[in-house]
Design a protein around this ligand. Structure first.
Ligand code: NAD
Ligand code: WQD
Length: 341
């Protein structure tokens, strides 16, 4: 069966985009990937092809390039877009704010303009729990107000959501879903695709796996004096395959949903501490991790986890994988990347 909907994935060679590409292909959607490979590698496209046993329709190019986008839209009959392409490093965004405002806002504005020109009306956006800052109440639901963004990166996600809402208000035909991811972790069980951080990772799980692989000497746990069960920060770690499946549900639901601009939290609904993750990693992999407790990291919030009830009710989606599965898959992927037997 062919669902005959061509879906454009910008940033489809990246971590979350590649896992979503696999899920969509496996559910018989036709996809087109646009990625400039600025933060990813062509081998991820090969990984998608090897998992699905299908050739991927891939265009290498920059979403800031209007002519390039125009060409893709002329050649392909696109039904809907999932916009993953963005820069995502909180630290880098503090050092290079203009790069982040240019790329994350510019690429999305360019895409929306191209969609208008080519009369495409379905858009799914990769947003983030970072839009909430430190929420007043937990678990956080979609109605929680945006607090001042902790970083230029966070500000781009808040601004993108505002731009999307304004654009929907100006165009009665347009429907947009913003998916607010919590902390994505894990890798595809095949170990053919996974996260490929550029340089030293800043996110917890890649730092753990690189430490276990001997690429980093030691993990520092940033703070054990927070008001949490063991003093380390609490996050909602969501498996990347579960996250990918939410995009398929969003694609299937976007036409039926009554609101024209909708936001959904994508998380497990459970908070886990950083130290619990470290211990779980050791338990499921049998690898002893070299770690120390260090000072708090500037800008970190103490605790955040999702109320994912809206996604369950409207998208018919909820997480299935355990954190142990995710950590084991992340470790297997790291071993593959490092040629560790
Ligand atoms: P990633 O860096 O692995 O993937 C992003 C992809 O976009 C890369 O392949 C990169 O080459 C591409 N790209 C960047 N700018 C581009 C441009 N102008 N034109 C074409 N391609 C471009 O990141 P990811 O983890 O897969 O994140 C995907 C999206 O989800 C991003 O928008 C990110 O901000 C958002 N997000 C990620 C997380 C997370 O922790 N990974 C959490 C919340 C939200
Ligand atoms: C998780 C916890 C750290 C590294 C970021 C973005 C957010 C979203 C997800 C995109 C924190 C602790 C980490 C280390 C540690 N991305 N930690 N030692 O900060 O929750 O969220 O990624 O939208 O916007 O802000 O994720 O993985 O960096 O940290 O102790 O070496 O792990 O302090 O408590 P974070 P993270």
């Amino acid at each position: 069966m062919n669902n005959s909907k061509k879906i454009l994935l910008t940033g489809g060679a990246g971590y979350i985009g590649s896992h979503t590409a696999v899920e969509l292909i496996q559910q018989n959607f036709e996809i087109v990937i646009v990625d400039d490979l600025s933060r990813s590698e062509a081998r991820i496209i090969e990984g998608i092809e090897n998992i699905t046993n299908q050739r991927v329709n891939f265009y290498k190019g920059d979403c800031n390039d209007s002519l390039f986008l125009d060409n893709v839209f002329k050649k392909e009959s696109i039904d809907s877009l999932i916009h993953f392409a963005a820069y995502k490093s909180v630290n880098e965004s503090v050092d290079e704010p203009l790069l982040y405002y240019q790329n994350n806002l510019g690429s999305m504005i360019n895409l929306l303009s191209a969609m208008k020109k080519h009369q495409m009306n379905k858009f799914i956006f990769s947003s983030s729990c970072t839009v909430y800052g430190q929420p007043d109440a937990m678990p956080v639901d979609e109605n929680a107000p945006f607090k001042k963004a902790e970083s230029p990166y966070g500000a781009t996600k808040q601004m993108c959501e505002r731009i999307l809402e304004d654009t929907v208000n100006s165009n009665r035909n347009l429907k947009v879903i913003s998916l607010r991811y919590f902390n994505p972790v894990g890798a595809h069980p095949s170990s053919l695709i996974g996260e490929l951080p550029i340089g030293a990772p800043t996110n917890l799980v890649p730092y753990i796996t690189q430490t276990a692989a001997g690429v980093r000497e030691k993990l520092t746990v940033f703070g054990d004096d927070y008001d949490t069960a063991d003093g380390s920060c609490v996050r909602d770690f969501i498996d990347v395959d579960d996250l990918a499946k939410a995009h398929v549900q969003a694609i299937k639901s976007i036409e039926k949903i009554s609101g024209r601009y909708e936001t959904f939290n994508l998380g497990t609904g459970r908070g886990e501490t950083v130290l619990q993750i470290v211990k779980k990693f050791e338990e499921v992999t049998g690898v002893k991790l070299n770690y120390q407790i260090g000072a708090r990291r500037a800008g970190d919030i103490e605790k955040i986890f999702a109320n994912p009830a809206k996604a369950k009710e409207i998208l018919g989606w909820q997480t299935k994988k355990s954190i142990g599965d995710s950590l084991l898959n992340a470790w297997n992927w790291e071993k593959k990347v490092r040629n560790i037997l």
